[in-house]
Design a protein around this ligand. Structure first.
Ligand code: ADE
Length: 227
C-alpha cells in the first residue's frame, strides 16, 4: 500500500486520473491511496493568498512559504513520510529506476509547483527530493504528479496481474519492449510474424528478445550502455 498526498493549487486538475482502469483497481483493492489537498485552503488572509511578488523584482509570482509550511506540518502530524517530493523542471529526471525506488515507499508527499516556483527556503528546509518528468516546462506540476503516481502505482505488488506484468514493460530490463500483435492473423494482407503462431515458447521468447535488442539499438542506443 502506498499513500500519496498531493498538494496542489489547482486540485480539480487531479480529479479524474486515478479513477480509471488500473489505478482505480489499485485504489479499490486498497493498494493505493491518493489524497489531493487544496493549497488555497491554507492561503493567507481573506483572499487566501498563496503567491506573492518575487524579491528583487522580475516577472512572475512565487509561491509563499506559510501555506506550504502549514499544510506539510499538518500532514506530518498525522503520519511519517518517507519523502517530500517537489515536482519541478529543474529536478532529477524521472525514469523507470526512480519509479521502482518510489514503489518501495509507504507515504509520499508530492508538492506541485506553479508560477515561477516556490520560495527557495521550502526547498532547502522541507523538500527531500526534486523530480522533473522531462526537459520541458508545464504550466503547473499537477500533470507531472499524475505521471509519477501512475508509473509508481503499477509497480506495487498486486496492482498488475500476470498478463499485464510490469516485468515485460519497456525499460524494466533496460530494453524497449518487443512489438505485439492480436487477432486476426492476417488483415488485408498484413501478417503476424509466423513465429508468434508457432506455439514454440522458447523460440517466441528468443524472437522477442532479439526484437527488443534490435529496437533498442535503433531507437534508444543510449539504453544499451546500461544493459
Ligand atoms: N512543473 C513544470 N514543469 C515540470 C516538469 N517538466 N516536471 C515536473 N514538474 C514540472
Amino acid at each position: 500500500m502506498i499513500r500519496f498526498d498531493i498538494i496542489s493549487a489547482v486540485p480539480s486538475l487531479l480529479q479524474s486520473p486515478f479513477e480509471h482502469s488500473i489505478l482505480k483497481r489499485a485504489v479499490d483493492r486498497k493498494l493505493l491511496k491518493v489524497q489531493v489537498h487544496d493549497l488555497r485552503a491554507y492561503g493567507i488572509g481573506p483572499h487566501k493568498q498563496i503567491d506573492d511578488y518575487a524579491y528583487g523584482g522580475g516577472a512572475g509570482m512565487v509561491m509563499k512559504i506559510e501555506p506550504i509550511f502549514n499544510i506539510i506540518n499538518h500532514l506530518k502530524k498525522q503520519r511519517e513520510y518517507d519523502d517530500i517530493i517537489y515536482l519541478t523542471p529543474d529536478g532529477t529526471l524521472f525514469d523507470q529506476r526512480k519509479a521502482n525506488q518510489l514503489s518501495l515507499k509507504a507515504n509520499l508527499i508530492l508538492l506541485c509547483g506553479h508560477y515561477k516556483g516556490i520560495d527557495e527556503r521550502i526547498r532547502e528546509q522541507l523538500i527531500t527530493q526534486e523530480i522533473s518528468i522531462g526537459d520541458y516546462v508545464l504550466s503547473g506540476a499537477e500533470l507531472a504528479s499524475a505521471v509519477v503516481v501512475d508509473a509508481v502505482s503499477r509497480l506495487i505488488p498486486g496492482v498488475l496481474n500476470d498478463e499485464t506484468s510490469a516485468l515485460t514493460d519497456s525499460f524494466q530490463d533496460g530494453l524497449i519492449a518487443p512489438p505485439v500483435y492480436t487477432r486476426p492473423e492476417e488483415f488485408s494482407g498484413w501478417k503476424v510474424p509466423s513465429v508468434l503462431l508457432s506455439g514454440h515458447k522458447a523460440k517466441i521468447n528468443e524472437w522477442r528478445y532479439d526484437q527488443s535488442i534490435k529496437r533498442t539499438k535503433q531507437r534508444r542506443p543510449d539504453l544499451l550502455k546500461n544493459h
